[in-house]
Design a protein around this ligand. Structure first.
Ligand code: COA
Length: 225
C-alpha cells in the first residue's frame, strides 16, 4: 500500500492579512496544494469537483480533501475516502471543551490543554470530512483510543477511523488514514507557484496573485510546537 502524502503550504502572514479577498487566496492556494498531491500520486491534476452540499467528489478513483486557514493550507489525495483539517493552536473560549467532547474522551486523551483540544478538534473535523459531513455531526464522532502522541482512533457511525497528526509552526494538522505510513510534506510554496507560473505564462492572473501571498518555507518530516 502506498504511503499517504498530505501537503501543508504556507500563506505569508503579512500579505494575506492585508488582502481583502484573503479567503479566496487561501482557497486557491489549497487547490494548488491539491494539484501537487494529485500529481504526486498519479491522479488527474485538475477537475476536482464538489457536490451541491460542498462535499468533495471522487475523481478517477481518487478521493480528496482540503483545509485552508489564515497562515497555512493543507491538502490530501487518496484511493479511499479521506479527510484533512488544520488549525492554529490558540486559546479560545473555555466553554468549547465541553462542546467538543465528553468527560470519557478527555480522560482518554489524558490532558485538557489547548494543544489537546485542537488535536481532538482537527481529528473530528478530518473524520467528518472523510464522511462528507459537517459540524452538525460532531456529537456522533467520538474518541476511543490514543495509541501515541501522533495517532488517535475515533468512531463515527459505528465505523472506526484512524487519524494521524502533524505539529508545525503552532498549528496542528490531522488526516484520516489506514496505516501509520503518513508522509507529511511542507512545501516551498513560492517555488511551487513559480514553476506553475512559468508553465502557465500569460494565461491568467490567479497564479500571479498567489505568488505574492506565499511564504518561502521548506521542510519535511515531523515537528512539534
Ligand atoms: C464545512 C466544514 C467541514 C468546514 O470546516 P472549516 O474548518 O471551517 O474549513 P476548512 O478550511 O478546514 O475546510 C474547508 C473545505 O472543506 C471541504 N468541505 C466542505 N464541506 C464539506 C463536507 N460536508 N464534507 C467534506 N468536506 C467538506 C471543502 O472542500 C472546503 O473548502 P472549499 O470550500 O474551498 O472547497 C465544517 O465542519 C465546519 O463548518 N466546521 C466549523 C469550523 C469551526 O467552527 N472551526 C472553529 C475551530 S475552534
Amino acid at each position: 500500500m502506498r504511503p499517504l502524502e498530505p501537503i501543508l503550504m504556507a500563506v505569508s502572514t503579512g500579505a494575506a492579512a492585508r488582502t481583502p479577498d484573503r479567503v479566496s487566496v487561501q482557497r486557491a492556494l489549497a487547490r494548488e496544494a491539491l494539484r501537487e498531491c494529485a500529481q504526486r500520486c498519479g491522479a488527474p491534476a485538475d477537475g476536482w469537483e464538489k457536490d451541491e452540499n460542498d462535499v468533495p467528489q471522487p475523481r478517477a478513483g481518487y478521493h480528496w480533501s482540503i483545509s485552508h486557514k489564515r497562515r497555512w493550507v493543507a491538502a490530501v489525495v487518496a484511493e479511499r475516502p479521506v479527510g484533512i483539517d488544520i488549525e492554529q493552536i490558540v486559546p479560545r473560549n473555555e466553554a468549547m471543551f465541553e462542546a467538543l467532547a465528553g468527560e470519557d474522551e478527555w480522560t482518554t486523551l489524558g490532558e485538557r490543554s489547548w494543544h489537546a483540544f485542537f488535536r481532538l478538534w482537527t481529528a473530528k473535523e478530518a473524520t467528518l470530512k472523510a464522511n462528507g459531513k459537517g459540524i452538525e455531526d460532531f456529537s456522533k464522532c467520538r474518541l476511543v483510543e490514543v495509541p501515541d502522541q501522533e495517532t488517535v482512533r475515533l468512531i463515527h457511525n459505528h465505523r472506526e477511523w484512524m487519524v494521524q497528526h502533524f505539529f508545525h509552526d503552532e498549528h496542528v494538522a490531522a488526516v484520516t488514514c489506514v496505516s501509520s505510513d503518513v508522509r507529511w510534506r511542507v512545501l516551498d510554496g513560492r517555488a511551487t507557484l513559480r514553476a506553475r507560473r512559468l508553465a502557465l505564462r500569460g494565461s491568467g492572473s490567479l497564479i500571479g496573485r498567489l505568488h505574492g501571498h506565499v511564504a518561502d518555507v521548506r521542510s519535511e518530516g515531523r515537528s512539534r510546537t
